[in-house]
Design a binder for this molecule. Structure first.
Ligand SMILES: *Cc1c(COP(=O)(O)O)cnc(C)c1O
Length: 409
């Protein structure tokens, strides 16, 4: 049996090319971020904070301008009052939809935590309970089903189309910016008044373009993922058209007050610093994902995406095809985490998720998945969803150690 180190030495050379691509994108996106800081004159007084109502929080307002610049969006809502990405998606959906409106997902069933929000799974507080209709169209062979989408738009007045770029706990591929651009063009031609909403979780700064600049109306993501750079302790962002952001702000806070209120409670500097680090942290995450893909494929497991493939998000799937290996690998990742390395992850029920889930997450921030984390629902074909790593060096140590644990059965 070969050692993990010798397998690493065999694949090392093949990492150079994909690493170079990731480094080039990191340089491009770092320039994008620093220019947004310059354009909006970020200064030390923006680290100050507000309490109570949060009127006149110039730091918070500047952060929102910086986010809008990065996304080339008219406006942004970036708040610590958002618990996470799921909360920002919930606020957006409730802000945009009214009774009898239709919400259509064209990337199949949305992320697990949205099932009770939409009413796919019964809940008395769902959109469905307010009389909002929902339909979904599956992808076919990882492509948008253009024919079904066209026919649906011919027959129905759709208020919001939701497109989830990252795969969530599914087996499909994530949606590239090129595919997104093409389908948005089609939607806008067929139905110009339909709002195109993008769940951008895990995709920020992975490529050179973001959804708003290729035609999306509104785009949502979490700050305990890519754009928080591992520093934001919670929060989420929404960027897009000014009138839509206003609706979201009035849903999050108070109709009539919207963006004017919401105390930053000391978080402004962490949001800015996290954003500043984000391109580089995304790069580390991508390099860790590429290494993982190359190593596990070499050992004989099925992986998606493969090491040399272009990436859309920071998520690496390992398809274990057996429960024990999935659990073993997650144990290995937990053992090599900086926090709670002594804890053994056990598959369990999670609020918002249907199957039992195993989660390895020894993170500084609870649930942060821009920090190295690995999780998967206990259902066939037993896929591990691994993402994050604040530095590549720590990521590499963890992955190699997890592989030792996996192969030392
Ligand atoms: C992580 C994720 C979410 C939810 O984000 P949280 O911050 O965990 O609430 C929503 N959609 C997708 C595709 C995700 O990957």
């Amino acid at each position: 049996m070969k050692t993990i180190d010798s397998i690493y030495n065999e694949i090392k050379e093949s990492l150079k090319e994909p690493f170079q691509k990731v480094e080039e994108i990191c340089e491009y996106n770092s320039e994008k971020v620093i220019r947004a800081f310059w354009e909006n004159n970020v200064s030390e007084n923006h680290f100050n904070t507000t309490t109570g109502y949060g009127y006149g929080d110039i730091g918070r307002d500047t952060i929102e301008k910086v986010f809008a610049s990065i996304f080339k969006a008219e406006d942004a809502l970036v708040r610590n009052q958002f618990i996470s990405g799921s909360h920002a998606l919930t606020v957006t959906l409730f802000a945009l939809l009214r009774p009898n409106d239709i919400l259509l997902s064209i990337t199949g069933t949305p992320y697990d935590t949205l099932h009770e929000v939409i009413g796919i799974k019964e809940n008395k507080s769902s959109l469905k309970s307010f009389g909002i209709k929902y339909d979904e169209i599956d992808l076919i062979n990882n492509e948008f089903d253009e024919e079904k989408i066209t026919n649906y738009l011919k027959e129905n007045q759709v208020k919001v189309i939701e497109i989830q770029r990252s795969k969530g706990y599914s087996t499909r591929k994530s949606i590239s910016i090129e595919k997104l651009e093409k389908i948005i063009k089609l939607i806008k031609k067929m139905s110009p008044n339909t709002i195109v909403m993008v769940d951008n979780c895990y995709c920020e700064l992975v490529n050179k373009k973001e959804p708003i600049e290729i035609g999306a109306d509104i785009c949502v993501g979490s700050l305990i993922k890519n754009l928080g750079g591992g520093m934001a302790p919670n929060g989420a962002y929404i960027v897009g058209k000014k009138d839509l952001i206003k609706l979201c702000a009035e849903r999050l806070t108070i109709p009539g007050e919207g963006k004017e209120v919401g105390p930053s409670l000391g978080i402004n500097k962490e949001f800015l610093k996290g954003l500043f680090f984000a391109p580089s942290v995304v790069k580390s995450s991508l390099k860790t994902a590429i290494l993982t893909s190359a190593m596990l494929e070499k050992i004989g497991y099925e992986v998606e995406p493969k090491a040399h493939e272009d990436r859309v998000d920071i998520v690496q799937n390992i398809i274990f095809h057996n429960k024990e290996d999935l659990i073993k690998y997650c144990e290995g990742i937990q053992m090599s985490s900086p926090i709670d390395s002594n804890v053994l992850p056990i598959p369990d029920d999670m609020p918002g998720y249907d199957d039992k889930v195993i989660m390895a997450a020894g993170a500084f921030t609870q649930g942060s998945s821009i920090e190295l984390s690995c999780d998967g629902p206990l259902r066939k074909p037993y896929i591990a969803y691994q993402q994050g790593s604040l530095t590549y060096e720590y990521g590499k140590i963890a992955v190699l150690k997890a592989l030792e644990h996996l192969t030392n059965k």
